[in-house]
Write a protein that binds this ligand. Structure first.
Ligand SMILES: Cc1ncc(COP(=O)(O)O)c(C=O)c1O
Length: 401
């Protein structure tokens, strides 16, 4: 295992808290949603001695470098393929062409299994191992299923993956190679969630659906730690994130607050405005944020070439709305054609063949600049969540040279 420290992870986790009422739960037991409000649980950390940034020196370039602020207690339980510490790249050509002072892209497509889902599933599978679990089940739009399958293979655990029938072939093929049991369902991820519930009626597997266990969020939040550390503790003005279930958005915001709490970011640091980018075909958060529906509970979405954004009724909607309002952020929907055009610009002008989810961010930035929400002098960071190579059926023959 690539975890190189001689010491134990020394996690400072103290409890899990209900994301609605704050009720406390034992951090060392297995939990799903909170039993008080049936809402996601979030990990809390406490420390008596000050924790200095210098502890990061000489640590491995993976998300495990932040071990005090992660939930795994014993280093032998860490299931890692080297996830995290992905590069932040400058998009100078696009910035010059469209009049941005500084445009950055954190390339999560460089993670094991090709997406940021590696972070969440590495953490969830590690914690599952620590809690003695033998197998996990997941409803997925594709990338999360692949990541679960890979980390379960590495941990010697069973993985059951439930994904929509129309998911590009590369996602399910990869799951088979990792030895996962794959089920295909007509519909979107919410239909897969029903199927997963049915398959797991006897509770044989740990359900690692988005936010239904507390640890995928802990993996995803490391993107926030890295943004701060890699930019020398100076945060960007605006961060754009492609929001489906929203763990990245919620996790990055959590990370910034934790960094303030331990003093690695000064208390007076102005946090970035967080932008949730969705597909026009499935934009429940945009609709709720702009008051066109009370919430997403009845929202009906359509498939999109950005498979990960087809999440019509996200359980984390209230948490995402909180991030948008607390950060003075916003939400925006991007059409299929706009994603294709953006992918073409990112690949031909910057050499970045990103997932359609990531491509959507680029068009969102241009639109928000044109609308005056982003100012030309601001530093803007796009969080590209995945690699484009697995989406071939969605995009082939659409390049307009
Ligand atoms: C590439 C990619 N981007 C973004 C998302 C959305 O992630 P989340 O559901 O954590 O918001 C997904 C989810 O499948 C994805 O695969």
């Amino acid at each position: 295992m690539e975890y190189t420290s001689k010491t134990s992870p020394a996690s400072l986790i103290s409890s899990l808290g209900c994301s609605s009422c704050g009720a406390s739960y034992d951090a060392h037991a297995l939990h799903s949603l909170s039993s008080c409000c049936h809402l996601p649980l979030v990990a809390r950390y406490e420390h008596e001695e000050p924790l200095h940034k210098e502890v990061l020196q000489n640590r491995p370039g993976t998300m495990w470098r932040y071990r005090e602020l992660l939930p795994v207690l014993k280093k032998e339980n860490i299931v890692s393929l080297g996830e995290g510490f992905t590069p932040i790249l400058s998009l100078d050509t696009l910035a010059g062409k469209y009049n941005f002072r500084e445009l950055l892209l954190k390339d999560e497509g460089q993670n094991p299994t090709g997406s940021f889902k590696a972070r969440g599933l590495s953490m969830a599978v590690s914690k599952a191992k620590e809690l003695g679990i033998e197998g996990c089940i997941i409803p997925t739009a594709g990338n999360a299923g692949v990541a679960l399958a890979a980390y379960c293979a590495r941990a010697g655990m069973k993985a059951v993956v439930v994904m929509p029938h129309h998911t590009p072939k590369a996602f399910r093929e990869e799951c088979y190679w990792y030895g996962a049991e794959v089920h295909l369902v007509d519909g979107l991820i919410n239909d897969c969630a029903h199927k997963a519930k049915e398959l797991n009626r006897d509770g044989s597997w740990l359900d690692v659906s988005t936010l239904k266990e507390p640890y995928r969020l802990e993996g995803k939040k490391t993107m926030g730690y890295e943004i701060a550390e890699q930019l020398n503790w100076q945060l960007p003005d605006v961060i754009l994130y492609p929001a489906g279930g929203g763990t990245g958005l919620i996790g990055i915001w959590k990370a910034f607050h934790e960094l303030k709490a331990i003093g690695w970011l000064p208390e007076e640091t102005i946090l970035p405005r967080m932008v949730a980018v969705q597909a026009a075909n499935c934009m429940p958060l945009v609709e709720t944020f702009f008051g066109r529906q009370p919430n997403a509970q009845q929202y009906v979405g359509k498939p999109t070439i950005a498979n990960g954004l087809a999440v019509p009724r996200p359980i984390g909607e209230p948490l995402m709305l909180h991030v948008l309002s607390a950060s003075k952020g916003t939400a925006i929907g991007i059409t299929e054609e706009e994603m294709i055009f953006s992918l073409q610009e990112l690949s031909s002008l910057e050499g970045l063949f990103v997932a359609p989810e990531g491509a959507a961010l680029w068009m969102a930035s241009r639109k928000l600049l044109a609308a005056g929400y982003i100012l030309p002098e601001e530093q803007v960071l796009l969080l590209n969540t995945g690699n484009g190579q697995k989406y071939m059926e969605n995009i082939e023959n659409k390049y307009k040279g």
